[in-house]
Design a protein around this ligand. Structure first.
Ligand SMILES: Cc1cc2nc3c(=O)[nH]c(=O)nc-3n(C[C@H](O)[C@H](O)[C@H](O)COP(=O)(O)O)c2cc1C
Length: 397
């Protein structure tokens, strides 16, 4: 793969040389683009020696023919900025393109990764956190910073992740291990209409399911995203099916389930719907209003009962406010689900990160707090491993 390494001006810039060497050692072609400030911390000639070509520093350098940022962005399969200074995060988050690195970042539409490195107080600033969150929201992966010794001699959260960890993250981002697989993902909350203007809904934003569909598509799968109403953009490469109610969702999944190697039910599906849909807006009266609700289909249990053999791999979510693990175990057994991803409502709803517990045949594993994309990758890793054990469809095992 072609990996473009961006280096900005912090003390950790010397570690970018290790990163470049590590990526090269792993068989990737590497080119480097530096900010002017980065050249104060590490000599460009170091990267010339490591990559065989001088790094790009100056957008206006007459040695480059034409638009060097366009050419670099077209060449790269992935872009990793390490170290990413507070200044660089701010410029990238707001779309500034006033030097070779930021112009290239803006020109690049593939997977991008930032490894922030700065003094702990710079990282703790609301402005920096906002910029980092904005980049993550726009699709970038952030690796680190980690807790440790800082250049100032203090210890704190701001140290750049180690080059090996960054190289691992780059490789995870570039994985194409799900080529030939179809992953169906449900996402978002369902809406159960009461009358022409009102509905019963829930607080799900769809972020978790969208992240799974995004990462599945990026890893080479055909990703079919069956989504309740959501403000989120369709992930690149995913096929999107919009639905409204639980029954719509059941029907939409029913149409594609036979094509699936894996089905991930990340949607927050309403358990109940109004017994009747009023044709006119329900008028208010002085007394209380009683709504009669009836059970919706249990889509996950239906899928568990339907699949004849080991396929498709079935993943469900258990969102609970208490007794998370016990309820997740019970759900897995009752609904014949392969993996239950259990989480607390407070950790999962409306957030960009999640703290989850995997409950499977082997027991349970508590994961650290992860960005929803990173959690999506962990779920897809689990699915990939299970599909690997089952073998390819038609392989006779
Ligand atoms: C000795 C020294 C060390 C610095 N280390 C860092 C750092 O680790 N992280 C950071 O965000 N800024 C650091 N800075 C500040 C940046 O170099 C400065 O914000 C610069 O404008 C960054 O430019 P760039 O983002 O275009 O590379 C340091 C400055 C100096 C003088």
């Amino acid at each position: 793969m072609n990996v473009l390494v961006g280096v900005s001006g912090g003390v950790a810039a010397y570690k970018a040389a290790h990163l470049v060497r590590e990526l090269g050692r792993r068989g990737h072609a590497v080119r480097v683009v530096m900010t002017e400030a980065a050249t104060r911390f590490i000599g460009p000639v170091t990267f010339t020696g490591l990559t065989g070509a001088p790094p790009v520093v100056d957008l206006w350098d007459a040695r480059y023919a034409g638009e060097v940022h366009v050419e670099l962005a077209a060449w790269a399969d992935a872009l990793v900025v390490a170290p990413a200074t507070a200044n660089l995060l701010a410029r990238a988050a707001s779309g500034v393109a006033d030097d070779a690195l930021t112009a290239t970042i803006l020109c690049f539409d593939g997977p991008r990764l930032f490894a922030p490195a700065m003094h702990a107080r710079m990282w703790a600033q609301p402005a920096t956190r906002r910029n980092a969150a904005r980049l993550a929201e726009d699709g970038a992966i952030l690796v680190g910073p980690v807790e440790g010794a800082l250049a100032s001699g203090e210890v704190g959260l701001g140290r750049m992740a180690e080059p090996e960890a960054i190289a691992d993250a780059v490789e995870r981002l570039l994985r194409r291990d799900l080529v030939g697989r179809t992953v169906v993902v449900s996402a978002g909350g369902t809406c159960e209409d009461l009358d022409p203007v009102r509905f019963l809904g829930n607080r799900s934003t769809g972020r978790m399911g969208y992240a799974i569909a995004e990462r599945a598509a990026a890893r080479g799968a055909r990703a079919i995203l069956v989504t309740g109403p959501s403000a989120l953009a369709t992930p690149p490469g995913a096929e999107r099916v919009d639905v409204r109610s639980a029954r719509d969702m059941e029907a939409a999944i029913g149409r594609v389930r036979a094509e699936a190697d894996a089905i991930v039910m990340a949607a927050a599906v309403a358990d109940y719907r109004p017994a009747a849909l009023a044709t006119d807006k329900i008028a208010k009266s002085d007394g209380p209003l009683t709504l009669e609700l009836v059970r919706n289909p249990d889509i996950l249990a239906g899928l568990g009962a339907w699949r004849a053999g080991p396929r498709p791999v079935l993943v469900g979510f258990a969102l609970e406010t208490r007794d998370v693990l016990e309820r997740a175990r019970a759900k897995r057994a009752k609904k014949r689900v392969d993996l239950v991803v259990a989480n607390r409502a407070a950790d999962a709803l409306g957030t960009t990160t999640n703290r989850a517990i995997f409950v499977d045949d082997d027991g349970d594993e508590t994961l650290p707090e992860l960005d929803k994309r990173a959690l999506a990758d962990r779920i897809l890793d689990w699915i990939g491993a299970r599909l690997g054990q089952l073998g390819r469809p038609g392989a006779g095992n």
